[in-house]
Design a protein around this ligand. Structure first.
Ligand code: SAM
Length: 205
């Protein structure tokens, strides 16, 4: 794990409340729309990568999913989400890991990532992430990935990000995944600024 990255994110979740970070969403509406469109069975294995304090897991529990995993580099963010969920937190598999070092012990039906993958800037790390998604998903498994679009900000949480267009993200996953849908979405931050995201849904070939 890169210590400075872990320290960065621990510090963010230590200092800021849930709604004091630019990526805060009261409800992860578009992610939920994309998940619902997949018609997954309730025992589908789902992982949220770089989940932070996202309320996606609350919503998925509410919908009745029973095999949920949540991963983040920051143990602090996971503690906060567990606390919010109370007893329901026992129903979730919590993973503290840098995505660059993640060694999954099972395969997933859905891999969801909103605004974590785009922090990868190094082409080797980006390639490794693509390989990891491929090896971690069942055949016909699903990937929902949201990054800043080509019009999005250059930085998030003070760190430089990679921005993607529909073409560049589909080129990246093209070998092993079919792009099913992509959609731009304007995110209004709690500071009343706007950020353009690109949500993409892929199926493993
Ligand atoms: C911009 S936030 C997005 C949080 C959440 N996905 C959401 O939509 O609200 C990025 C998250 O990715 C996590 N993260 C950043 N780099 C990571 C890495 N290399 N491995 C795992 N998690 C990482 C951070 O701790 C943070 O929670």
């Amino acid at each position: 794990m890169k210590k400075y990255l872990e320290d960065h994110w621990q510090n963010v979740y230590d200092k800021k409340n849930e709604n004091e970070v630019s990526w805060y969403q009261k409800s992860p509406k578009l992610s939920l729309e994309f998940v619902k469109s997949l018609n997954l069975s309730l025992d589908a294995e789902i992982i949220d990568i770089g989940a932070g304090e996202s309320r996606l897991v609350d919503n998925l529990l509410e919908m009745g999913f029973v095999n949920l995993s949540v991963l983040d580099i920051s143990s602090k963010s996971i503690e906060k989400t567990k606390k919010r969920l109370g007893l329901k937190s026992k129903l979730v598999n919590w993973i503290v890991s840098d995505i660059n070092n993640f060694n999954p012990t099972k395969k997933y039906d859905l891999w969801h990532d909103r605004a974590a993958f785009h922090f990868l800037k190094d082409s080797v790390e980006i390639d490794n992430y693509v390989k990891l998604v491929k090896s971690s998903l069942h055949n016909q498994g699903n990937l929902i990935i949201a990054t800043f679009s080509e019009n999005g900000p250059l930085k998030c949480s003070g760190l430089e990000v990679s921005r993607y267009s529909e073409n560049s993200i589909s080129d990246l996953f093209n070998n092993d995944f079919e792009l099913i849908k992509s959609q731009k979405s304007i995110h209004k931050t709690p500071f009343s600024t706007s950020q353009e995201f690109l949500f993409s849904k892929f199926k493993k070939k």
